[in-house]
Design a protein around this ligand. Structure first.
Ligand SMILES: Cc1ncc(COP(=O)(O)O)c(C=O)c1O
Length: 412
Protein backbone atom coordinates (compact mmCIF):
# COMPACT_ATOMS: atom_id res chain seq x y z
CA UNK A 1 0.00 0.00 0.00
CA UNK A 2 1.05 3.60 -0.52
CA UNK A 3 0.38 5.98 2.34
CA UNK A 4 -0.82 8.64 1.92
CA UNK A 5 -2.72 7.85 -1.29
CA UNK A 6 -3.76 10.60 -3.69
CA UNK A 7 -6.89 11.72 -1.77
CA UNK A 8 -5.05 11.77 1.52
CA UNK A 9 -2.14 13.66 0.03
CA UNK A 10 -4.45 16.43 -1.20
CA UNK A 11 -6.10 16.88 2.19
CA UNK A 12 -2.80 16.78 4.05
CA UNK A 13 -1.33 19.42 1.75
CA UNK A 14 -4.27 21.74 2.50
CA UNK A 15 -4.01 20.98 6.19
CA UNK A 16 -0.33 21.88 6.22
CA UNK A 17 -1.06 25.12 4.45
CA UNK A 18 -4.00 26.23 6.58
CA UNK A 19 -3.32 24.76 10.00
CA UNK A 20 -1.48 27.07 12.36
CA UNK A 21 -0.15 24.29 14.55
CA UNK A 22 1.89 21.17 14.19
CA UNK A 23 2.85 20.52 10.56
CA UNK A 24 3.80 16.82 10.54
CA UNK A 25 0.66 14.77 11.19
CA UNK A 26 0.57 10.99 10.76
CA UNK A 27 0.42 10.72 6.95
CA UNK A 28 -3.05 9.33 6.54
CA UNK A 29 -6.47 10.91 6.60
CA UNK A 30 -9.02 9.23 8.83
CA UNK A 31 -12.11 7.77 7.19
CA UNK A 32 -13.59 5.39 9.77
CA UNK A 33 -12.73 2.10 11.33
CA UNK A 34 -13.94 -1.12 12.90
CA UNK A 35 -12.67 -2.54 16.18
CA UNK A 36 -8.87 -2.26 16.23
CA UNK A 37 -8.63 -1.41 12.52
CA UNK A 38 -8.70 2.10 11.11
CA UNK A 39 -9.21 3.12 7.47
CA UNK A 40 -7.85 6.08 5.55
CA UNK A 41 -9.57 8.11 2.88
CA UNK A 42 -7.79 6.17 0.11
CA UNK A 43 -9.22 2.86 1.33
CA UNK A 44 -6.08 1.59 3.08
CA UNK A 45 -6.70 -0.41 6.26
CA UNK A 46 -4.35 -0.42 9.25
CA UNK A 47 -4.11 -2.25 12.53
CA UNK A 48 -4.16 0.59 15.03
CA UNK A 49 -1.45 0.35 17.71
CA UNK A 50 -1.57 4.10 18.38
CA UNK A 51 -5.22 4.56 19.38
CA UNK A 52 -4.94 8.16 18.18
CA UNK A 53 -2.40 8.70 20.97
CA UNK A 54 -4.32 6.71 23.58
CA UNK A 55 -7.72 8.32 23.04
CA UNK A 56 -9.74 5.42 21.56
CA UNK A 57 -9.71 2.75 24.27
CA UNK A 58 -12.74 1.01 22.75
CA UNK A 59 -11.41 1.15 19.20
CA UNK A 60 -13.72 2.19 16.35
CA UNK A 61 -17.45 1.66 15.98
CA UNK A 62 -17.98 0.26 19.47
CA UNK A 63 -21.73 -0.32 19.95
CA UNK A 64 -21.77 1.56 23.29
CA UNK A 65 -20.33 4.69 21.65
CA UNK A 66 -22.52 4.33 18.56
CA UNK A 67 -25.52 4.28 20.88
CA UNK A 68 -24.42 7.59 22.46
CA UNK A 69 -23.95 9.14 19.02
CA UNK A 70 -27.41 7.94 17.91
CA UNK A 71 -28.95 9.51 20.99
CA UNK A 72 -27.25 12.89 20.66
CA UNK A 73 -27.04 12.93 16.87
CA UNK A 74 -30.25 14.87 16.39
CA UNK A 75 -29.60 17.69 18.81
CA UNK A 76 -26.04 17.88 20.09
CA UNK A 77 -25.84 20.43 22.89
CA UNK A 78 -22.86 22.15 24.41
CA UNK A 79 -23.53 24.09 27.59
CA UNK A 80 -21.52 26.51 29.70
CA UNK A 81 -21.11 23.52 31.96
CA UNK A 82 -19.85 25.06 35.21
CA UNK A 83 -22.78 27.49 35.33
CA UNK A 84 -25.50 25.57 33.51
CA UNK A 85 -25.55 21.98 34.68
CA UNK A 86 -27.06 18.96 32.90
CA UNK A 87 -27.72 15.40 34.07
CA UNK A 88 -24.77 14.15 32.00
CA UNK A 89 -22.33 16.22 34.04
CA UNK A 90 -23.38 14.57 37.29
CA UNK A 91 -23.49 11.11 35.71
CA UNK A 92 -19.89 11.42 34.63
CA UNK A 93 -18.75 12.78 38.02
CA UNK A 94 -20.42 9.80 39.68
CA UNK A 95 -18.93 7.22 37.30
CA UNK A 96 -15.49 8.79 37.49
CA UNK A 97 -15.43 8.95 41.27
CA UNK A 98 -16.61 5.33 41.53
CA UNK A 99 -13.36 4.29 39.83
CA UNK A 100 -11.32 6.64 42.04
CA UNK A 101 -11.78 5.26 45.55
CA UNK A 102 -10.63 7.67 48.25
CA UNK A 103 -11.36 10.71 46.08
CA UNK A 104 -14.68 12.50 46.15
CA UNK A 105 -14.57 15.51 43.83
CA UNK A 106 -13.53 16.18 40.23
CA UNK A 107 -13.39 19.19 37.95
CA UNK A 108 -14.11 18.46 34.27
CA UNK A 109 -12.20 20.30 31.53
CA UNK A 110 -11.73 20.04 27.77
CA UNK A 111 -8.14 18.90 27.55
CA UNK A 112 -5.27 17.27 29.37
CA UNK A 113 -3.30 20.49 29.68
CA UNK A 114 -6.28 22.19 31.32
CA UNK A 115 -6.57 19.29 33.74
CA UNK A 116 -2.91 19.81 34.68
CA UNK A 117 -3.34 23.60 34.96
CA UNK A 118 -6.15 23.09 37.42
CA UNK A 119 -4.22 20.51 39.41
CA UNK A 120 -1.41 23.06 39.75
CA UNK A 121 -3.82 25.79 40.79
CA UNK A 122 -5.52 23.60 43.37
CA UNK A 123 -2.15 22.68 44.87
CA UNK A 124 -0.97 26.31 44.89
CA UNK A 125 -4.13 27.62 46.52
CA UNK A 126 -4.03 24.91 49.12
CA UNK A 127 -0.37 24.87 49.99
CA UNK A 128 1.17 28.15 48.80
CA UNK A 129 4.81 27.96 47.76
CA UNK A 130 6.71 29.57 44.91
CA UNK A 131 7.91 26.72 42.70
CA UNK A 132 6.84 23.30 41.45
CA UNK A 133 8.85 20.11 40.96
CA UNK A 134 8.67 17.81 37.94
CA UNK A 135 10.93 15.21 36.30
CA UNK A 136 13.44 14.77 33.51
CA UNK A 137 11.56 13.80 30.32
CA UNK A 138 8.21 14.76 31.80
CA UNK A 139 5.39 15.84 29.54
CA UNK A 140 2.43 17.65 31.10
CA UNK A 141 1.04 19.73 28.24
CA UNK A 142 1.62 22.92 26.30
CA UNK A 143 -0.27 25.66 28.15
CA UNK A 144 2.21 27.85 29.99
CA UNK A 145 1.74 26.40 33.47
CA UNK A 146 1.83 22.78 32.30
CA UNK A 147 4.63 23.65 29.90
CA UNK A 148 6.73 24.97 32.77
CA UNK A 149 6.79 21.42 34.15
CA UNK A 150 7.37 19.73 30.79
CA UNK A 151 10.99 18.70 30.14
CA UNK A 152 10.77 16.15 27.35
CA UNK A 153 11.89 18.29 24.41
CA UNK A 154 13.47 21.72 24.09
CA UNK A 155 11.24 22.65 21.15
CA UNK A 156 8.17 22.77 23.39
CA UNK A 157 9.65 25.45 25.64
CA UNK A 158 12.09 27.47 23.55
CA UNK A 159 11.19 31.16 23.66
CA UNK A 160 8.21 30.79 25.99
CA UNK A 161 7.92 32.17 29.51
CA UNK A 162 7.74 29.59 32.20
CA UNK A 163 7.15 29.76 35.91
CA UNK A 164 9.67 28.65 38.52
CA UNK A 165 10.25 24.95 38.69
CA UNK A 166 12.91 22.42 39.57
CA UNK A 167 13.42 19.01 38.06
CA UNK A 168 14.47 15.65 39.43
CA UNK A 169 15.79 12.52 37.70
CA UNK A 170 13.09 9.96 36.92
CA UNK A 171 14.66 7.18 38.97
CA UNK A 172 15.14 5.77 42.45
CA UNK A 173 17.36 8.66 43.52
CA UNK A 174 14.43 11.10 43.29
CA UNK A 175 13.07 10.82 46.86
CA UNK A 176 16.48 11.49 48.47
CA UNK A 177 17.12 14.38 46.09
CA UNK A 178 13.64 15.74 46.82
CA UNK A 179 14.39 15.75 50.53
CA UNK A 180 17.63 17.65 49.87
CA UNK A 181 15.82 20.09 47.58
CA UNK A 182 13.25 20.89 50.24
CA UNK A 183 16.07 21.74 52.64
CA UNK A 184 18.12 23.67 50.09
CA UNK A 185 15.25 25.73 48.65
CA UNK A 186 14.01 27.10 51.95
CA UNK A 187 11.78 24.37 53.37
CA UNK A 188 8.37 22.91 52.69
CA UNK A 189 6.68 26.32 52.54
CA UNK A 190 8.43 27.16 49.28
CA UNK A 191 7.70 23.95 47.38
CA UNK A 192 4.14 24.18 46.02
CA UNK A 193 3.80 20.62 44.67
CA UNK A 194 5.50 17.64 43.05
CA UNK A 195 4.05 16.33 39.78
CA UNK A 196 4.92 12.96 38.20
CA UNK A 197 3.64 10.62 35.50
CA UNK A 198 3.84 7.10 37.02
CA UNK A 199 4.58 5.89 33.49
CA UNK A 200 6.07 8.62 31.32
CA UNK A 201 4.35 8.88 27.95
CA UNK A 202 5.84 11.32 25.46
CA UNK A 203 9.16 11.19 27.35
CA UNK A 204 9.80 7.55 26.30
CA UNK A 205 7.43 5.10 27.98
CA UNK A 206 9.50 4.98 31.15
CA UNK A 207 7.94 3.04 34.00
CA UNK A 208 8.73 4.65 37.36
CA UNK A 209 10.52 2.26 39.75
CA UNK A 210 8.46 1.24 42.80
CA UNK A 211 11.01 2.79 45.18
CA UNK A 212 10.71 6.09 43.36
CA UNK A 213 6.93 6.47 43.51
CA UNK A 214 6.66 5.13 47.05
CA UNK A 215 9.56 7.32 48.18
CA UNK A 216 8.02 10.42 46.61
CA UNK A 217 4.75 9.73 48.36
CA UNK A 218 6.53 9.27 51.69
CA UNK A 219 8.62 12.45 51.46
CA UNK A 220 5.73 14.63 50.20
CA UNK A 221 3.45 13.27 52.90
CA UNK A 222 6.00 13.87 55.66
CA UNK A 223 6.42 17.48 54.56
CA UNK A 224 2.76 18.11 53.72
CA UNK A 225 3.53 18.89 50.06
CA UNK A 226 0.81 18.00 47.52
CA UNK A 227 1.74 15.14 45.17
CA UNK A 228 0.06 15.29 41.75
CA UNK A 229 0.01 12.22 39.49
CA UNK A 230 -0.49 12.99 35.81
CA UNK A 231 -2.53 10.04 34.52
CA UNK A 232 -3.50 11.62 31.23
CA UNK A 233 -1.73 8.94 29.18
CA UNK A 234 -1.32 6.17 31.76
CA UNK A 235 -4.78 6.37 33.31
CA UNK A 236 -8.31 5.16 32.63
CA UNK A 237 -7.35 1.51 32.52
CA UNK A 238 -4.54 1.41 29.98
CA UNK A 239 -2.04 -0.12 32.42
CA UNK A 240 -4.52 -2.76 33.61
CA UNK A 241 -5.62 -0.73 36.63
CA UNK A 242 -7.81 2.34 36.44
CA UNK A 243 -4.85 4.53 37.44
CA UNK A 244 -1.18 3.65 37.14
CA UNK A 245 -0.46 4.92 40.69
CA UNK A 246 -2.44 1.92 41.96
CA UNK A 247 0.43 -0.33 40.82
CA UNK A 248 2.57 1.43 43.45
CA UNK A 249 -0.03 1.13 46.21
CA UNK A 250 0.01 4.87 46.77
CA UNK A 251 -2.59 7.61 46.50
CA UNK A 252 -1.60 11.07 45.29
CA UNK A 253 -3.33 14.18 46.64
CA UNK A 254 -4.50 15.21 43.19
CA UNK A 255 -4.50 13.43 39.84
CA UNK A 256 -5.39 14.22 36.26
CA UNK A 257 -7.10 12.25 33.51
CA UNK A 258 -7.94 13.00 29.86
CA UNK A 259 -7.28 11.16 26.56
CA UNK A 260 -9.15 7.82 27.09
CA UNK A 261 -11.66 9.64 29.31
CA UNK A 262 -12.70 11.79 26.31
CA UNK A 263 -12.65 14.94 28.48
CA UNK A 264 -10.09 16.33 30.92
CA UNK A 265 -10.51 15.87 34.66
CA UNK A 266 -8.72 16.98 37.81
CA UNK A 267 -9.54 14.68 40.70
CA UNK A 268 -8.89 15.13 44.42
CA UNK A 269 -10.54 15.06 47.82
CA UNK A 270 -13.24 17.71 48.19
CA UNK A 271 -11.13 19.55 50.80
CA UNK A 272 -8.26 20.08 48.33
CA UNK A 273 -10.36 22.23 46.00
CA UNK A 274 -10.57 26.00 46.63
CA UNK A 275 -13.65 26.99 48.58
CA UNK A 276 -14.16 30.41 46.98
CA UNK A 277 -16.61 30.39 44.07
CA UNK A 278 -14.90 30.79 40.67
CA UNK A 279 -11.40 30.17 42.04
CA UNK A 280 -11.39 27.49 39.37
CA UNK A 281 -13.94 27.41 36.59
CA UNK A 282 -14.38 27.16 32.80
CA UNK A 283 -17.11 27.88 30.25
CA UNK A 284 -16.88 24.52 28.51
CA UNK A 285 -15.74 22.59 31.58
CA UNK A 286 -18.32 19.82 31.75
CA UNK A 287 -20.49 21.38 29.07
CA UNK A 288 -19.96 19.12 26.10
CA UNK A 289 -22.83 16.70 26.64
CA UNK A 290 -21.86 14.19 23.93
CA UNK A 291 -18.31 13.94 25.28
CA UNK A 292 -19.60 13.50 28.83
CA UNK A 293 -21.93 10.72 27.68
CA UNK A 294 -19.08 9.12 25.69
CA UNK A 295 -16.95 9.18 28.82
CA UNK A 296 -19.66 7.50 30.88
CA UNK A 297 -20.22 4.87 28.16
CA UNK A 298 -16.46 4.24 27.96
CA UNK A 299 -16.13 3.64 31.71
CA UNK A 300 -19.17 1.34 31.73
CA UNK A 301 -17.94 -0.66 28.71
CA UNK A 302 -14.48 -1.11 30.28
CA UNK A 303 -16.20 -2.57 33.35
CA UNK A 304 -18.80 -4.67 31.52
CA UNK A 305 -16.31 -6.19 29.09
CA UNK A 306 -13.63 -6.68 31.78
CA UNK A 307 -11.16 -4.72 29.71
CA UNK A 308 -8.81 -3.98 32.61
CA UNK A 309 -7.88 -7.65 32.74
CA UNK A 310 -7.67 -7.76 28.94
CA UNK A 311 -5.16 -4.88 29.13
CA UNK A 312 -3.10 -6.82 31.68
CA UNK A 313 -3.19 -10.12 29.78
CA UNK A 314 -2.69 -8.70 26.31
CA UNK A 315 0.07 -6.36 27.55
CA UNK A 316 2.01 -9.32 28.99
CA UNK A 317 1.47 -11.27 25.78
CA UNK A 318 2.65 -8.36 23.62
CA UNK A 319 5.80 -7.81 25.69
CA UNK A 320 6.55 -11.55 25.57
CA UNK A 321 6.17 -11.60 21.78
CA UNK A 322 8.39 -8.51 21.49
CA UNK A 323 10.99 -10.28 23.63
CA UNK A 324 10.90 -13.26 21.24
CA UNK A 325 11.58 -10.88 18.37
CA UNK A 326 14.74 -9.73 20.14
CA UNK A 327 13.96 -5.98 19.99
CA UNK A 328 15.69 -3.62 22.43
CA UNK A 329 14.12 -3.06 25.86
CA UNK A 330 10.68 -4.55 25.32
CA UNK A 331 8.59 -3.23 28.19
CA UNK A 332 5.12 -2.38 29.28
CA UNK A 333 2.60 -1.98 32.03
CA UNK A 334 -0.71 -3.37 30.78
CA UNK A 335 -1.17 -2.08 27.26
CA UNK A 336 1.22 0.84 27.65
CA UNK A 337 3.98 -0.99 25.76
CA UNK A 338 7.15 -0.01 23.95
CA UNK A 339 10.55 -1.04 22.64
CA UNK A 340 13.62 0.92 21.58
CA UNK A 341 15.58 1.23 18.37
CA UNK A 342 19.28 2.06 18.09
CA UNK A 343 18.80 5.81 17.62
CA UNK A 344 16.16 8.27 16.58
CA UNK A 345 16.65 8.00 12.83
CA UNK A 346 16.22 4.21 12.79
CA UNK A 347 13.18 4.55 15.05
CA UNK A 348 11.54 7.12 12.78
CA UNK A 349 12.20 4.98 9.71
CA UNK A 350 10.76 1.89 11.36
CA UNK A 351 7.56 3.70 12.38
CA UNK A 352 7.19 4.91 8.80
CA UNK A 353 7.82 1.45 7.38
CA UNK A 354 5.35 -0.20 9.75
CA UNK A 355 2.71 2.29 8.64
CA UNK A 356 3.34 1.38 5.00
CA UNK A 357 3.02 -2.28 6.03
CA UNK A 358 -0.34 -1.67 7.71
CA UNK A 359 0.45 -1.00 11.37
CA UNK A 360 0.02 2.42 13.00
CA UNK A 361 2.47 3.09 15.83
CA UNK A 362 4.02 6.21 17.35
CA UNK A 363 7.43 7.31 18.50
CA UNK A 364 8.14 8.54 22.03
CA UNK A 365 11.27 9.93 23.66
CA UNK A 366 14.39 9.81 21.51
CA UNK A 367 14.37 6.26 20.24
CA UNK A 368 11.27 4.52 21.53
CA UNK A 369 8.41 2.98 19.57
CA UNK A 370 5.21 3.01 21.58
CA UNK A 371 2.53 0.36 21.14
CA UNK A 372 -0.84 1.38 22.51
CA UNK A 373 -3.65 -0.61 20.89
CA UNK A 374 -7.28 -0.29 21.98
CA UNK A 375 -8.17 -2.20 25.17
CA UNK A 376 -10.27 -4.65 23.11
CA UNK A 377 -7.21 -6.05 21.29
CA UNK A 378 -7.00 -9.86 20.88
CA UNK A 379 -4.07 -12.28 20.78
CA UNK A 380 -4.60 -12.83 17.05
CA UNK A 381 -4.38 -9.09 16.41
CA UNK A 382 -1.21 -8.86 18.51
CA UNK A 383 0.25 -11.74 16.46
CA UNK A 384 -0.61 -9.82 13.29
CA UNK A 385 1.08 -6.67 14.66
CA UNK A 386 4.18 -8.62 15.73
CA UNK A 387 4.54 -10.13 12.26
CA UNK A 388 4.34 -6.63 10.73
CA UNK A 389 7.00 -5.43 13.18
CA UNK A 390 9.16 -8.47 12.30
CA UNK A 391 8.70 -7.94 8.56
CA UNK A 392 9.46 -4.21 8.86
CA UNK A 393 12.60 -4.85 10.92
CA UNK A 394 13.75 -7.43 8.37
CA UNK A 395 13.15 -5.02 5.47
CA UNK A 396 14.99 -2.25 7.31
CA UNK A 397 17.96 -4.56 7.94
CA UNK A 398 18.03 -5.71 4.33
CA UNK A 399 17.90 -2.24 2.90
CA UNK A 400 20.04 -0.69 5.63
CA UNK A 401 19.38 2.65 4.09
CA UNK A 402 18.21 6.09 5.18
CA UNK A 403 14.81 7.56 4.47
CA UNK A 404 12.75 10.62 4.94
CA UNK A 405 11.68 11.85 8.34
CA UNK A 406 8.49 10.23 9.59
CA UNK A 407 5.68 11.51 11.78
CA UNK A 408 7.09 9.39 14.62
CA UNK A 409 8.76 12.08 16.65
CA UNK A 410 5.82 14.43 16.62
CA UNK A 411 3.18 12.56 18.53
CA UNK A 412 2.40 13.33 22.13
C1 LIG B 1 0.98 12.82 30.51
C2 LIG B 1 0.33 13.92 29.71
N1 LIG B 1 -0.01 15.06 30.33
C3 LIG B 1 -0.61 16.06 29.67
C4 LIG B 1 -0.90 15.96 28.33
C5 LIG B 1 -1.57 17.11 27.63
O1 LIG B 1 -2.85 16.75 27.19
P1 LIG B 1 -3.55 17.57 26.02
O2 LIG B 1 -2.74 17.34 24.78
O3 LIG B 1 -4.94 16.98 25.95
O4 LIG B 1 -3.57 18.99 26.42
C6 LIG B 1 -0.54 14.78 27.64
C7 LIG B 1 -0.78 14.58 26.20
O5 LIG B 1 -0.76 15.36 25.34
C8 LIG B 1 0.09 13.74 28.34
O6 LIG B 1 0.47 12.61 27.73
Amino acid sequence: MKVPGPKGRRILEKFRKLNGGWAMPVPFVYAGGEGCYVRDIDGNRFLDFASNIAVTPLGYGHPALDEVLRHYGKSPVKLAGQDFVAREHVELLEELLKIAPGFNAAFITNSGAEAVENAIKIAMRRHGGNYGVSFENAFHGRTLGALSLTNSKIVYKAGYWTFPSQRLPFDESAPVLLEEMIRREGGRENMAFVIAEPVQGEGGYNIAPKLMMRGLRKVTQEHGIPLICDEIQSGMGRTGKWWAFEHYKIKPDIFTAAKALQVGATIAKRGMFPKEPSAISSTWGGGQLVDLAMAVATIRAIKKERLLSNCTRMGKYLVRRLGELGVLNPRGLGLMCAFDMPGKRKRDQLVERMLQNGLVTLGAGRETVRLIPPYIISEEEIDEAVSIIEKSLAEAKKEGRGGKLSHAEHAI
